[in-house]
Design a protein around this ligand. Sequence first.
Ligand code: NAD
Ligand code: ZN
Length: 343
Amino acid sequence: MKTLSIQGRESRSEIHVGESLDRLADYIPADRRVVIITDSVVRDLYGKRFLHADVIAIGTGEQAKTLVTLDHIFEQLIEMEADRSVFIVGVGGGIVCDIAGFAASVYLRGVDFGYVSTTLLAQVDASVGGKTGVNFGGYKNMVGVFSQPRFVICDIALLATLPGEEVSCGFAEIVKHAIIADVGMFVFLEQNSSKALALEGSVIESLVYDSVTIKAGVVERDEKEKGERRILNFGHTFGHAIEKTAGLRHGEAVSLGMVIAAALSVERGLLRREDEARIVALLEKLRLPVRIAVDKDAVLDAMLKDKKRQGGSIKFVLTNGLGRATVQDVTFSEIEEIVRGLD
Ligand SMILES: NC(=O)c1ccc[n+]([C@@H]2O[C@H](COP(=O)([O-])OP(=O)(O)OC[C@H]3O[C@@H](n4cnc5c(N)ncnc54)[C@H](O)[C@@H]3O)[C@@H](O)[C@H]2O)c1
Ligand SMILES: [Zn+2]
């Protein structure tokens, strides 16, 4: 097991990579009452291994990530007579973590919380960085707060039950971290892609740890996304537009978004063609899509509505060589040219 910590502005968060769900109790002061928030799938798979505690199980999918679910959580917390001494633990994927963190951050004006992240995406991305919240009015993550969990446990063994396509979605964010910040990790991925896909413990542990290190570093320098944190959106500007219009999973859309961002980086003379080819090859090895037929008008329309839009251009994360990222203004006409040119 390896531990690293993030110093947020208001509190500190410890992330334990390779720790087990079975040792959760070690991370909570003995005199605290614990309430676990999980989803129905994770409860059915792992509920028997939860420490002795009250459990609130929510539904699954983005449709469960709403204020209605939050309402339901507060009702149950009140029914349980949970007071300020309660310690809330979200045990699940990114959806559970985002909701549990938000619920804990506003219940009684904020109580302590931690996560046991059970999906690869939650381990390498969602549970790190202190963003919590829910969807609202059809918009993703519209309502929420920045708030750091006391601890995050990344139990690699729990990933064994994760459906393959969910594993691949986690890999998309791992590849993103390597491209924007760590060429050594990129090479490691190239050399170990089959072991990674087979969820070999030591390989996954190393990838999760490196991902968390990168994300934690960026977040520590820019907790509230005023500047540098933007580089974590590599592949996400196109990715979000594709996710919305093509109905793909987030990680799949991000994979396509990274392919496009790499092409744009080459076009601007920032990235070598052979490195662009390495990015595409790696994504393919990790069973992520690298080309699809998209509805070009719909994608452009979604891009124009992007919240990172400023005037006649969009702030775009590009890579200026494997392991490095840069944020540049890209005009709509350049974007249109790229989208129209997609085959
Ligand atoms: N807060 C952040 O910084 C941040 C960053 C990235 C993503 N997110 C959010 O994370 C969410 C996506 O997270 P996700 O991909 O983990 O999805 P998820 O939480 O929906 O989990 C995916 C599915 O896997 C199931 N599952 C969870 N653990 C399992 C296990 N060990 N074995 C078998 N099945 C398991 C879940 O029940 C669910 O059906 C999105 O809502 C996104 O907005 C947040
Ligand atoms: Zn993402």
